[in-house]
Design a protein around this ligand. Structure first.
Ligand SMILES: [Mg+2]
Length: 375
């Protein structure tokens, strides 16, 4: 006989094992039980997602669920081919992380992170999922939203852009209409139809635009002409116009254009930032590149010390990853946290969005719960 999850939960509460983690606050107590579960889930994109380097309809992300003392923490990894990652590899790294996490003191998350950075194979999205899960748990354990533990004002969370992937003019117009509640749009370019895309967008709206070429332009002269043309169309910043390795060429470009140039593919962790300071006006921080919230916070401080602008971005992620990043958003200039809005089967509920503004709730930790879980 197959036992439903609900029956199992009820049974576990009855026998007092608190096995689900979905335990009413009043019943929380130290059980000493530690659980660590990893699960792969397929996220479906509402529209085929096309950027300069590839196209996809689904995204396989990996979710981590940890539990101790009746408190649950969630984390998410979004493996990205640009960084040589895959769901299989990430699952394998997380399996290696099990011992470290199970043995660790989760309240001492700084030491715990140092340990997995030292002992696990380099896989930034796997590390991000561990860091998120631990900090979600810490928030739950201390009964405080993460932004409060960090001393941040949720009222300062910025507006997020809504991203329009590369598409035909008809679909672009439809996407712009679907994004009508968002005051600023982020437009993907970098293939051979940039002019067609911008014409379709400008045909449909006069909103401020941010443009991301995803390393799609190959030489500095071409990039210069493109950026000058985009600036004339009301584009307020350009992200990663040239390949990440072309730092000198980007510095050349920066001397000749008016709008800010932001690094995305060229920057992963804090150590990458100083050498980019003369070439870029700012950086796009993503938890999946940095290896989590702790490193993202370091990056924010390093970038600020160098006088650089900061965008907080994302991969295609559910509300777990997006909510985690949103807790840091009061610290940044620009948010591009819309990965959860581009999928049709988000398994989680977390940060909200109203007319583009990110709305952080007052639930503990990351403030996320599984969709359909009413507790
Ligand atoms: Mg980008």
């Amino acid at each position: 006989m197959e036992i439903s999850r609900r029956q199992l939960l009820r049974a576990s509460v009855l026998v007092g094992t608190a096995g689900s983690g979905i335990v009413p606050a009043g019943e929380r107590r130290a059980t000493g039980v530690t659980r660590f579960a990893v699960r792969r889930r397929q996220l479906k994109l509402t529209h085929t997602w096309t950027i300069a380097r590839n196209s996809s309809d689904v995204k396989d992300n990996v979710f981590v669920r940890i539990e101790r003392d009746g408190v649950v923490g969630w984390g998410e990894a979004a493996p990205n081919v640009r960084y040589g990652q895959s769901a299989e590899q990430t699952m394998a790294v997380l399996e290696k992380a099990r011992k470290i996490v199970e043995a660790g003191d989760w309240l001492q998350y700084v030491d715990l992170r140092e340990r997995w950075e030292r002992e696990l194979p380099e896989d930034s999205c796997a590390r991000a999922s561990l860091d998120m899960a631990i900090l979600d748990w810490v928030g739950g354990r201390l009964d405080s939203p993460l932004y409060r533990l960090l001393g941040l004002d949720p009222g300062k969370a910025p507006v997020t852009t809504f991203s329009i992937g590369i598409d035909s003019p008809e679909v672009i117009r439809q996407k712009v209409e679907e994004a009508k509640d968002f005051p600023v749009l982020k437009i993907k370019v970098g293939k051979d139809n940039d002019a067609e895309i911008l014409a379709a967008v400008r045909d449909a709206t006069d909103k401020p635009l941010r443009v991301d070429a995803n390393e799609g332009w190959r030489d500095k002269q071409q990039a210069l002409e493109k950026i000058q043309w985009l600036a004339g169309l009301g584009v307020e910043l350009i992200e990663q116009p040239l390949p990440a390795a072309m730092i000198e060429e980007t510095a050349w470009l920066r001397e000749r254009v008016e709008i800010p140039i932001l690094a995305d593919e060229a920057v992963k962790t804090a150590g990458d930032i100083p050498r980019l300071a003369g070439a870029y006006d700012g950086i796009n921080i993503k938890l999946m590149k940095s290896g989590g919230l702790q490193e993202a916070i370091r990056m924010i401080h390093v970038a600020r010390a160098l006088g650089m602008k900061i965008m907080l971005g994302c991969m295609i992620e559910s509300s777990v990853g997006i909510s985690a990043a949103a807790h840091l958003s009061p610290l940044v200039d620009y948010a591009d946290l819309d990965g959860n809005l581009l999928i049709s089967n988000d398994p989680f509920v977390g940060v909200g969005v109203e007319r583009g503004r990110l709305i952080l709730n007052d639930r503990p930790g990351l403030g996320v719960r599984e969709r359909g879980d009413a507790s």
